[in-house]
Write a protein that binds this ligand. Structure first.
Ligand SMILES: NC(=O)CCC(=O)C(=O)O
Length: 261
């Protein structure tokens, strides 16, 4: 079965959750009106990288975001890979993804595992330690966040459970977009999976963000490149394509994990 995916390549308003919830609501209703099965949001979309202000801005236990995404998923019958949001759990802050099915069921959640020092995440956030492997729109899937892309061993660790689509919300600066593209294509080829990566556009005090949200097929072909402007881009993927790719070159079966460290 083919599925239509919407990539919400949004600008994010720094330290302004109310504006960001409003623009995410607009994106979800637009994608639903275009009959998308799934929408994918960017990283840290509630606050942007307002890390010093998380004590006042972070979503406590992610409750507001979960209620918001649950209600929209259920109301508009659309799966949501909820990018990520800044949350507070106990005394710690996390960069956290929530994934909802079209019936509004929470099917996955994930705290970013690799914290990006160049954007000060290591000073403010706590790293996650759990995989996020789930089924969405009937397809075995996994998700990561931004800098996690640079750790193929982590992506493989999760993908080997059978993920056919790998989601990656991001806030990735324009200066490193050439690396972004190469790594997204590499993760798709080496894991023989579709990769759906959604980056933000616009600026904060420290960075100009590069867009180029991509959908890459399991052979590394770019199906959609959203360019540099704020927009919702769409791609239709057919997971049946995976059989033709995985059959003749069974990389997961041929692994030699006893040799890897
Ligand atoms: N938000 C991030 O994790 C950014 C990662 C990044 O820019 C990189 O080059 O890696």
């Amino acid at each position: 079965m083919k599925i239509k995916i919407a990539l919400a390549q949004l600008n994010i308003h720094l330290a302004s959750p109310a504006e960001n919830y409003a623009s995410v609501r607009r994106a979800i209703t637009t994608a639903a009106a275009r009959h998308a099965d799934i929408i994918v949001l960017p990283e840290m979309w509630n606050t942007g990288y307002a890390l010093p202000e998380l004590a006042t801005l972070a979503d406590k236990d992610g409750e507001t975001t979960q209620r918001f995404l649950h209600d929209l998923a259920q109301r508009y019958q659309i799966g949501i890979v909820g990018g990520s949001v800044a949350i507070q759990r106990h005394q710690h802050f996390f960069n956290t993804t929530y994934v909802f099915s079209r019936t509004g069921e929470l099917v996955g959640s994930y705290d970013k595992v690799h914290l990006f020092g160049l954007m000060n995440e290591d000073q403010y956030l706590t790293a996650g330690q759990q995989e996020n492997y789930f089924t969405l729109a009937g397809i075995p899937s996994a998700s990561f966040i931004c800098y996690d892309l640079r750790f193929p061993e982590w992506v493989r660790t999760v993908a080997r459970h059978g993920a056919e689509v790998l989601y990656l919300p991001a806030e990735w600066p324009a200066s490193r977009i050439p690396q972004w593209k190469i790594m997204l294509q590499s993760r798709a080829v080496e894991n023989q999976a579709f990769v759906v990566a959604v980056n933000r556009v616009g600026d904060d005090d420290a960075n100009h963000f590069g867009g180029h949200s991509l959908v890459v097929d399991p052979l590394g072909k770019i199906l959609v490149d959203a360019g540099e402007t704020e927009q919702i881009a769409y791609a239709t993927i057919d997971p049946q394509q995976l059989q033709a790719v995985r059959g003749p070159i069974p990389v997961f079966k041929d692994r030699q994990p006893n040799l890897y460290h």
